[in-house]
Design a protein around this ligand. Structure first.
Ligand SMILES: CC(C)(COP(=O)(O)OP(=O)(O)OC[C@H]1O[C@@H](n2cnc3c(N)ncnc32)[C@H](O)[C@@H]1OP(=O)(O)O)[C@@H](O)C(=O)NCCC(=O)NCCS
Length: 175
């Protein structure tokens, strides 16, 4: 991308409502293609966005969550609600807004960022340096513990950290 076409700088959003999501993705009922899974998700706590000519065109949310990875009990910065306006995809907006969210996430404390996505989207995150968590990942649901049917990916938030390996249990609802 040339300097003339750099995306506008991402900003921290004070809030992110249903209307904000509709401004990006339109008034769809299943923007992320996961409704059929019937999972319960947590809203995100921190929000980052990109505005183009006053319109919100990209978003990434963050939420700090407890996790067990093998014997290790730690925390992750959960990433979710990644969305780019359909007419503006393929121009680096996801790269930019996720980058801004991760820059902030690195100041919070957890050593890893974690996200769930449908298998067809995983290559996007791998292009951005995320790595696949192999094996089953358990998450909590209102009725008990379930195995997450989506792909799980992680990226380090500190220099040199590695994924420890072992059974992965998110000790909360997913984000
Ligand atoms: C997934 C999504 C956020 C990507 O946004 P985007 O702005 O098009 O992504 P970017 O342009 O920043 O691309 C990031 C990288 O992924 C690559 N990429 C983009 N779409 C891709 C695809 N379908 N398959 C493989 N790679 C892809 C890009 O080439 C880029 O890599 P590069 O910089 O090395 O060339 C967007 O398609 C979207 O909003 N989809 C609907 C909502 C959704 O499913 N969100 C994901 C929830 S987990």
């Amino acid at each position: 991308m040339t300097a003339h076409h750099l995306p506008p700088a991402p900003v921290r959003l004070a809030r992110y409502t249903k209307d904000d999501q509709a401004e990006i993705l339109g008034d769809t009922t299943d923007a992320f293609g996961v409704a059929s899974l019937g999972l319960t998700w947590l809203p995100k706590e921190e929000h980052f966005g990109i505005r183009l000519d006053g319109r919100l065109v990209a978003h990434t949310g963050l939420l700090r969550l407890p996790i067990a990875i093998g014997e290790l009990e730690t925390e992750v910065m959960g990433v979710g609600g990644v969305a780019v306006a359909a007419d503006l995809r393929g121009r680096g907006l996801a790269r930019a807004v996720i980058g801004a969210a991760l820059e902030y996430a690195r100041t919070v404390g957890p050593p890893y960022a974690l996200l769930f996505c449908r298998p067809p989207i995983a290559p996007v995150y791998r292009r951005l340096g995320w790595r696949t968590v192999e094996g089953e990942v358990e998450v909590r649901q209102p009725g008990g513990v379930v195995v997450m049917p989506l792909c799980t990916l992680w990226t380090p938030l500190r220099e040199g950290v590695e994924w420890p390996g072992g059974a992965v249990r998110l000790l909360s609802l997913p984000m």
